[in-house]
Design a protein around this ligand. Sequence first.
Ligand code: X2X
Length: 336
Amino acid sequence: SSRHLTRLAALAGVAAISLSLSVSSAQARELSVSTVLPDAFPWGQAAEKWAELVAERSDGELTLRVYPNSQLVNGDQTREFSAMRSGLIDAAVGSTINWSPQVPELNLFSLPFFMADLDAVDAVTGGTAGEMVFDAIESRGVVPLAWGENGFRQLSNSRGPIDEPADLDGLKIRVVGSPLFQDTFTALGANPTQMSWADAKPALTTGAVDGQENPLSVFDVARIDQVGQEHLTLWNYMNDPLVFAVNQQVWDSLSEEERTLLREAAQEAGAWEIEMTREEEPERLAAIQERGVTVTELDEAQHQAFVEATENVLDEWEPRIGSELVEAARADMQGE
Ligand code: X2X
């Protein structure tokens, strides 16, 4: 009967649809991407941009799913690199600070007052030193694809304006990353305490710590002033680049075409995010000031006092990072 035929046709249709679904889900591949900050921040937007470009260009055959707030490592951002290396996380857009416990070479960027300005940062990431840093990451089972930027990190606190090392005396400062940060803030006379980003805001709110350091975008978006951080010193003591990267086994399992797509999309997303982050800094600073934050800028002599107070940290850390790498970075910055 025709009724019977209609039913058969319907069944065949269902079978065809479920077959095509299972075929496409066998082909389509989703990779997890870890970030610390969500897409209210340039950092999270960098990862979303990467995902967007990859989905578009692969026609949905390869997709990236972004997991912000360090949720894949239960909030412990210093375990992100290990989790990516072991395959628990497929990929990440991560901070050099958070990965430096596993990749000591990444401490290069955290050396206090080592890279004076954005030109210096670009010379290093785009130079011989940048290649050496990528080699160091790759030698530890993770494939680096592109740079992004969290930004120059500025110092805030709840106590008063800081324009000389003595102003930091005894202040409890929240830091993250490797012991280099302990050494820098100890050299400045402060009392550094290591904690994750997830714990930082509560600690600032309760006054368990007096201060913290983060780029203007983070201070602005997270409204750090609203947890009592009313004094901000622009000291550009270090820049915090981001790295787009993929686990080695995942990388090896991709086709040549997919690798190219993933790398180019990361490079484009990174360049886009770096430009945006830099362009937005003046407006962010203005917004922060409008909310009543006292902003302190350092003159040359004040800056020099901070440089001198932290010189020993550089001497001590240069061999731990690798003298060859630090020298290469100096040469990059001098345009050699
Ligand atoms: O925890 C921080 O300070 C942050 C968000 O900037 C990093 O992940 C390095």
